[in-house]
Design a protein around this ligand. Structure first.
Ligand code: SAH
Length: 339
């Protein structure tokens, strides 16, 4: 029995080391069992709308960082965002994730208007925002406008490691505070981190799990770090499939009721990555609903997949793929069972 919930930092780091080159059958089986106890074999789908790739921040790992002059920058208009939601509704989606860089063009008022309009048109849907660090007042306004969920990966729970990944004007303390505030305000909250980001140690990953244990988020986004050629980390190594699967499985054991996406990044480093993610305890996928013309410009990392089964338009292919691997696709709101 892997009793991760009662382990200390060193014990967790040891388990990570033991499984980093290949997650053990015992670990994967335990994660799947726990996931099945709470969610069965359902895989929940969310429509991802990447509505702006402008960003004021300079995270060293991210392809859309402010300093990258090679990005073809775009912003969707309110009408375009609403038609993505219409398209999603037509395809059967009941939840939309609006993600973007930290783009000051989108004032709180603009975001609230968009959320309010989607919610008024599709009252049964759940809306997730993923637009970075904001003030408590902004988060409150988004909630009042109808936003249900908020994704904000903490990226790393260790301060020294955080400093190696971000410019000095950003702070881990602020990011963590944002997460606790969002939780307090009643959002379903998603935290998360990259696996194999530069300078990351097994102890850092153990700290990520301990931070999640404390925060008790409703969702956790975990994917491998993948270098982007126009960033300071262009020459760094990427995160591996086995270590990512190990971290998914350990997160499932740490937070049995959490919603755990099998991420696009995982699907990018291995053609069967997402299926392998399900077999490590994941139970969410987020196909791309952004307009086809802008998809290639939301390049957080090199070779990001955005067509084929990754496209929301190919929802039937995705359904088949999910079913072929022994799961059942669920297009409902898919609320988290975490309180
Ligand atoms: N601006 C929003 C959304 C960020 S993009 C925010 O601050 O939350 C969503 C996620 O992509 C990030 O949180 C990060 O974990 C991930 N990401 C960025 N660059 C990446 C890379 N090179 N490889 C893998 N994941 C990356």
């Amino acid at each position: 029995m892997i009793d991760i919930q009662s382990m200390n930092r060193q014990e967790i780091a040891d388990i990570i080391d033991e499984n980093k080159n290949e997650p053990s059958e015992e670990l994967l089986r335990a994660a799947v069992k726990v996931r099945n106890e709470h969610y069965g074999n359902k895989v929940f789908v969310r429509g991802l709308i990447e509505f702006t790739n402008y960003c004021k921040n300079g995270c060293y790992y991210c392809g859309i960082r402010a300093e990258n002059g090679n990005v073809n920058r775009y912003r969707l208009t309110e009408e375009e965002i609403l038609s993505c939601a219409d398209e999603g509704h037509r395809l059967g989606f009941n939840t939309y994730v609006l993600q973007g860089g930290e783009d000051t063009f989108f004032t709180d008022k603009k975001i609230c208007d968009i959320v309010y309009k989607i919610k008024s048109k599709y009252p049964a849907c759940a809306i997730t925002l993923s637009i970075g660090e904001k003030s408590r007042e902004s988060y409150e306004a988004f909630k009042d406008a109808g936003a249900d969920r908020y994704l904000l990966r903490h990226e790393t729970a260790d301060n020294a490691h955080y400093r190696k990944l971000h410019p000095e004007y950003m702070s881990l303390e602020n990011r963590k505070n944002c997460l606790y505030t969002l939780r307090e305000l009643g959002f379903q909250v998603g935290a998360g981190f990259m696996v194999g980001s530069p300078y990351q140690t097994s102890e850092n990953l153990a700290d990520d799990l301990l931070f999640l244990k404390d925060l008790q988020p409703h969702m956790v986004g975990i994917g491998p770090f993948i270098p982007h050629s126009d960033t300071p980390f262009a020459k760094e190594e990427g995160g591996t499939l086995p270590l990512t699967l190990t971290m998914l499985a350990l997160t499932r054991l740490m937070l049995p009721k959490v919603l755990l996406p099998s991420t696009t990044a995982l699907g990018t480093i291995d053609p069967k990555g997402r299926e392998k993610g399900f077999d490590a305890g994941a139970n969410v996928v987020m196909p791309n609903l952004s307009p086809v013309g802008v998809r290639a410009d939301y390049t957080l990392y090199d070779n990001k997949i955005c067509t084929g089964d990754e496209a929301a338009q190919c929802i039937m292919c995705l359904k088949e793929r999910i079913e072929r691997s022994g799961y059942e696709m669920d297009m409902g709101r898919g609320d988290s069972l975490v309180d």
